[in-house]
Design a protein around this ligand. Structure first.
Ligand SMILES: Cc1ncc(COP(=O)(O)O)c(C=O)c1O
Length: 410
């Protein structure tokens, strides 16, 4: 495999032109869009308009005049297409952790006679922490499912209320079969809550087709909504009129400005809201999602798999001889949009690459993790990144003192 082969793949790539929708720094190979997506074009102008013509000039009238009040629904509608969700089922606000809290409580309330939440030990920590917190609050118990060693059916019974899972695993990028898992959960009479943080915008998600019940995900990874962007929440149409989330703030009220004494939830997915919409962050996400205009998620998925396949080929050719192992599920159906390398000096390895302007991240204890984002990652980026990886290993840069000193955010 030569660089010209990767360049040929870029030339034939129908999504190649989408890279222009991002303001990417020159010369940077950015493989960390699974942590923080880059700046989409149009966002800076939108923020300028928002704080100028809207906030400064039109002040509070902007809630009506500039669509601030409807932003959660406006952004929700854009996300529905990317998530294969039914119209009027997605809204945005809060962080993923808070959305998880609200929807876990709501899910457990859909099955009031059942006392167990099933989840995986390999979750992103916030999922496990929130599940534990909700279990303690509601007097439920947590049952751990080890997906690699036992079938889901082994941990399901008629005491399971909610099964809460990350669709794509944050460390190794292993992806669940959304339809099959949802079916198994429903066969056991439980409801499923999907965390789509590492799926939304990167892999084809089909919430309606899976018949999923509830879902959450964050806005700042493959959706490129900026640091701390609002998260999203999904409620299936059959639960919209029934679901009761616990943070019953006025923005989720049926008529917030009637200022009634008692809480009555809004009819639709707006009932997931709690407090005042964080307008600036939500407007940024709104504009960021325009990068997906006219883009079919099936094409995004096809390119993502081609990028990770290329990485696997190159890693076998150029990195295996250093004893470095590529951790990417070989089966396409079980693969998200990221790649990992396992090596004891993973932290120093990632830092050495950053010094070479190849950005990925480190995950405890021994993983170097790289995300591929089909809207802007080029095949040549993957090729060049592997060349840099081989050079780091050959020169021992991953062991140099300046690369092994830990920073607060890894
Ligand atoms: C699977 C998963 N869930 C949740 C989060 C983060 O949640 P929050 O938006 O509350 O920080 C992450 C962050 O990386 C994640 O990977």
């Amino acid at each position: 495999m030569e660089r010209t082969d990767a360049e040929a793949l870029d030339r034939d790539d129908p999504l190649a032109r989408l890279r222009d929708r991002f303001d990417l720094p020159d010369g940077l190979i950015y493989l960390d869009g699974n942590s923080l997506g880059p700046l989409p074009r149009g966002v800076a102008e939108r923020v300028g308009r928002l704080v100028g013509a809207e906030w400064r000039d039109d002040l509070i009238t902007s809630w009506n005049a500039h669509g601030w009040y409807d932003l959660p629904a406006t952004v929700g509608a854009k996300l529905e297409r990317l998530l294969g969700a039914e119209p009027g089922t997605v809204t945005v606000g809060d962080s993923t952790s808070v959305q998880l809290f609200k929807l876990l409580v709501a899910g457990a309330r859909l099955r009031p006679d059942r006392r167990v939440v099933v989840t995986e030990p390999g979750n992103f920590p916030t999922d496990s922490y929130v599940i534990d917190g909700v279990a303690r609050l509601l007097g439920l118990s947590v049952r751990w499912w080890s997906a690699s060693s036992e079938p889901l059916s082994d941990v399901l019974d008629d005491d399971v209320a909610v099964v809460s899972l990350c669709h794509v695993d944050y460390r190794l990028g292993r992806m669940h079969d959304g339809a099959a898992v949802t079916r198994a959960v429903h066969d056991a009479g439980a409801v499923v809550l999907w965390d789509l943080c590492h799926s939304a915008g990167a892999v084809a998600v089909d919430l309606a087709g899976w018949a999923a019940d509830l879902a959450v995900g964050c806005g700042y990874k493959y959706l490129n909504g900026g640091p701390g962007a609002p998260a999203f929440g999904y409620v299936a149409p059959r639960w919209l009129g029934v679901v009761e989330q616990p943070i019953t703030g006025w923005f989720g009220h049926a008529t917030p400005f009637a200022l009634e004494r008692d809480y009555r939830p809004a009819d639709g997915v707006r009932r997931l809201l709690s407090g005042t919409t964080p307008v600036i962050g939500t407007a940024v996400l709104d504009t960021a999602l325009d990068a997906f205009d006219g883009v079919a998620m099936a094409d995004v998925r096809r390119k993502s798999l081609a990028l990770t396949d290329l990485f696997l080929t190159l890693a076998a050719e150029r990195l295996a001889s250093f004893g470095v192992e590529a951790e990417v599920p070989r089966d396409h159906a079980a693969r998200g949009s990221q790649l990992c390398l396992r090596l004891p000096e993973a932290y120093g390895f990632v830092q050495a690459l950053v010094a070479r302007r190849v950005v990925g991240d480190f995950r405890e204890p021994d993983l170097a993790r790289f995300g591929v984002a089909p809207l802007y990652t080029r095949f040549a980026d993957v090729y060049d990144a592997v060349e840099h990886m081989a050079a780091v290993l050959a020169a021992g840069e991953h062991r140099r003192p300046e690369n092994v000193a830990r920073a607060a955010v890894t």
